[in-house]
Design a protein around this ligand. Structure first.
Ligand SMILES: C[C@@H]1O[C@H](OP(=O)(O)OP(=O)(O)OC[C@H]2O[C@@H](n3cnc4c(=O)[nH]c(N)nc43)[C@H](O)[C@@H]2O)[C@@H](O)[C@H](O)[C@@H]1O
Length: 413
């Protein structure tokens, strides 16, 4: 794990990484950052675009004239949906993900490990080349989308510091209007002698290929931190009477050993992701009221002959109680209540992941329309080998099941 001491570099004076990153002269570093309001699960998708790019750079023999790159994982700081007890907080990826598993796909390092790579006698880190990606305004106006990139005037004011560290900065910041796939950014690397690059607004670059074999390899490498899995497993066993052996949900320790299958059964409970919070305001016409959600849950429990529903939700307690009073006593509504140490150690992000895991292992899953939190559960269930019909379902806004189904993105090996 990480030590808080390692979170903030202490340096004495300023040099560029190109000049002084002396510990590992054969490496160059790629940083990326994302539009601040974006939530955790969209960020996971953006990570994949860059991990796939780095994977390709690492394996593509035609680009052997390029240096070796490391992808620096941006700490989880100031996420809009999370409450932080201490500000600024730089949460490393190891708190949520199995880093060794990520490394089996792409050459990633944590930010604090980058600080270790850096010569710590220097006060300030200056990233050699910063590119702020931005959309071509005219493409949205004309609807004519073509792949291109060009350095242009910036659409937004330029930031002075990066990643909420006031000693990470750059003297060379440019705005790159961009429409294309992430690996097309290779041309930026080829035309530069820099040893450190930051792509801000990284979400502007698209997936090279959404849903192909490489996409799924990368996705499979994104295993959660083992302890989070253990916590969810214990909860499933104790509160939902579910276990991997009976539910046919055992995966090999190494994602590279996974094989195609569709025989997962899942625990004898219905899994629901009921997204509320900001969605109640921003998507009121697309998500159900509590009563409408109840109708769909009850119908599905009847149809599947189940008597338990696990609800992952960011709803306030009064809404959960309302749902509970509608379902009980005939059906049990189970939610995850974290122990104090879990909340303290893993914070809001970890609790959300534990709930996602529990939904992933359910007999049947129903998510919330266009929530990336639900999308990630659907992917996890594809990896676990559930029949697609038990996964790609959404709560309809009107209490019926008649609304359109979510897009089905089946796993490819
Ligand atoms: C419209 C967009 O929707 C996006 O949200 P959407 O895709 O649902 O997906 P997320 O970005 O993951 O949701 C935002 C955060 O809300 C919390 N959250 C959501 N659902 C649950 C849940 O069931 N249980 C728990 N414990 N926490 C939950 C969690 O911290 C998660 O990272 C937003 O990130 C964007 O900023 C934007 O608002």
């Amino acid at each position: 794990m990480y030590s808080s001491k390692k979170q903030r570099p202490v340096f004495v004076y300023s040099v560029t990484i190109y000049d002084k990153l002396i510990k590992f002269p054969c490496f160059s570093y790629i940083f990326y950052d994302i539009n601040p309001p974006e939530g955790f699960n969209l960020r996971r998708d953006v990570y994949m675009r860059y991990a796939i790019w780095l994977h390709k750079l690492q394996t593509n023999k035609n680009d052997s004239n390029l240096k070796k790159f490391k992808l620096v994982l941006p700490p989880w700081s100031h996420l809009y949906h999370w409450k932080y007890s201490e500000i600024p907080e730089h949460i490393p990826w190891a708190l949520y993900f199995d880093i060794e598993s990520l490394k089996r796909f792409a050459p990633v390092i944590e930010m604090y490990q980058f600080f270790d790579d850096y010569d710590v006698t220097y006060k300030k880190i200056e990233i050699d080349d910063v590119y702020i990606l931005q959309h071509y305004q005219d493409m949205f106006e004309t609807g004519k989308f073509e792949e291109k990139m060009s350095i242009e005037d910036c659409n937004e004011p330029i930031r002075v510091n990066y990643f909420y560290y006031n000693n990470i900065t750059s003297n060379n910041v440019r705005c790159l209007s961009f429409h294309g796939y992430t690996s097309q950014l290779t041309s930026v690397l080829k035309n530069s002698t820099a040893r450190s690059f930051l792509f801000d607004h990284a979400e502007v670059a698209l997936h090279d290929m959404f849903g192909d074999k490489l996409y799924w390899k990368c996705r499979r490498s994104m295993r959660f931190n083992k302890e989070l899995h253990e916590i969810a497993k214990k909860f499933r066993e104790q509160e939902l009477d579910a276990n991997d052996k009976n539910d046919m949900t055992i995966l090999p320790d190494d994602w590279r050993k996974e094989i195609p299958r569709r025989n997962a059964i899942g625990g004898s409970y219905l899994g629901i992701h009921l997204r509320r919070a900001d969605f109640v305001r921003s998507r009121s016409k697309e998500i159900p009221t509590i009563e409408n959600a109840f109708k769909q849950i009850k119908n599905k429990l009847e149809e599947l002959k189940l008597d338990k529903v696990f609800v992952a939700t960011d709803a306030p307690i009064n809404e959960i109680n309302e749902m509970r009073s509608l379902l009980e006593p005939k059906y049990a509504l189970v939610t995850y209540k974290s122990e104090d140490w879990v909340k303290e150690k893993y914070k809001d992000g970890g609790i959300a992941i534990i709930e996602q895991i529990i939904c992933s292992y359910a007999r049947y899953f129903i998510g919330t329309y266009e929530s990336t939190y639900s999308f990630r559960i659907q992917e996890e269930r594809e990896i676990l080998g559930f029949p697609a019909e038990s996964t790609f379902n959404r709560l309809c806004y009107d209490g019926t099941e008649s609304c359109s189904k979510p897009s089905i993105w089946k796993i490819v090996y």
